[in-house]
Design a protein around this ligand. Structure first.
Ligand code: RIB
Length: 308
């Protein structure tokens, strides 16, 4: 089954730092990497690497980054029919700071991602209707997110929403038709205004969202694993233990791999297990998309982990 990612792309400018500079200070950082990123693009690439047939609905600017972003999608086999350039706008850009523990801080300048309007989604509707899953994030206008969820509902296509970056402006009532709602614990705390420090806290916050009408809440908890809750079920999937070099893009790796696996057989728990392993392997390497393993590397890692 095909997957449609309706979402963002960015150019990632990653600085590997020892600490953040103080105001007015110039500080040397040991390393830098330029790569293709953006939550939507990362998820599309991760899904394609895991074997899915993926189409992308996205907008790039009219600048030096645009052709490279489109070329990059094509290199991974992602269909770019609905990736279009927007005159007079820059492409999305993300300065990323990764510390010595692999933790990341990200700024985003959305640029042309802001031009992905509901009308642009309508223009891609015939192709989106051929898909078995739609993936959304929050780096495009919220109205476009609501509109696409409604398209999914009308067409009987399951929708996965990754509410990242989290914003209190997201109207939970307007995203309840989603089949999968996949925040990390920080996003869950922002969206519910509830604590998520302990396992119990996370479950309460997830239950709050289920009470609002969401069907499946999947919370990625980093080293604490993944919680999947429905009204009837609760599952914890432990994390694979690895040495983290760079955690940026790990959530996107999880969503791409989860989606690829889910569209194949509809087995949510198996998809979560596989996606946890894929995300874990990605944090052992630098970058966002650059850190995602190819099929052979991932298969070897799964075999080492005892198979999934
Ligand atoms: O989730 C990681 C991504 O967030 C980065 O690739 C960056 O572009 C931002 O969108």
């Amino acid at each position: 089954m095909r997957i449609a990612v309706v979402g963002s792309n960015m150019v990632d400018l990653t600085a590997y730092i020892t600490r953040m500079p103080a105001p007015g200070e110039t500080l040397e950082a040991p390393d830098f990497a330029l790569g293709c990123g953006g939550k939507g693009a990362n998820q599309a690439v991760a899904a394609a690497l895991c074997g899915a047939d993926v189409m992308m609905v996205s907008r790039v600017g009219a600048d030096i980054f645009a052709d490279n972003t489109i070329r990059n999608f094509k290199a991974y086999g992602v269909d770019t029919t609905h990736v279009k350039k927007v005159e007079g706008m820059s492409s999305g850009v993300a300065p990323i700071f990764v510390d010595q523990h692999g933790q990341n801080s990200i700024l985003i300048i959305k640029g042309a991602n802001n031009a992905l309007t509901p009308a642009e989604v309508d223009a891609a509707e015939a192709d989106i209707r051929s898909c078995g899953l739609i993936i959304l994030q929050l780096e495009i206008p919220l109205e476009t997110v609501y509109h696409t969820i409604e398209l999914g509902r009308r067409s009987g296509i399951p929708v996965l929403l990754n509410p990242a970056p989290a914003t209190k402006e997201l109207a939970i009532d307007r995203v309840c038709a989603c089949d999968f709602f996949v925040p990390n614990e920080t996003e869950l705390a922002i969206l519910t205004e509830m604590p998520t420090a302990t396992q119990e806290d996370v479950e309460h916050a997830a239950a709050f969202l289920l009470g609002k009408g969401l069907k499946n809440v999947i919370v990625t908890l980093g080293e604490r694993g993944v919680l999947w809750m429905t009204k009837a079920e609760k599952h914890y999937v432990p994390a694979c233990h690895v040495d983290a070099t760079d955690t940026s893009g790990a959530g996107d790796a999880f969503i791409g791999c989860f989606s690829s696996s889910y569209v194949q057989d509809g087995d949510t728990l198996a998809a979560i297990r596989k996606a946890s392993a894929f995300a874990a392997l990605s944090v052992t390497r630098k970058g966002t998309q650059m850190s995602y393993p190819d099929r052979a590397t991932f298969a070897a890692f799964l075999a080492q982990q005892g198979g999934q």
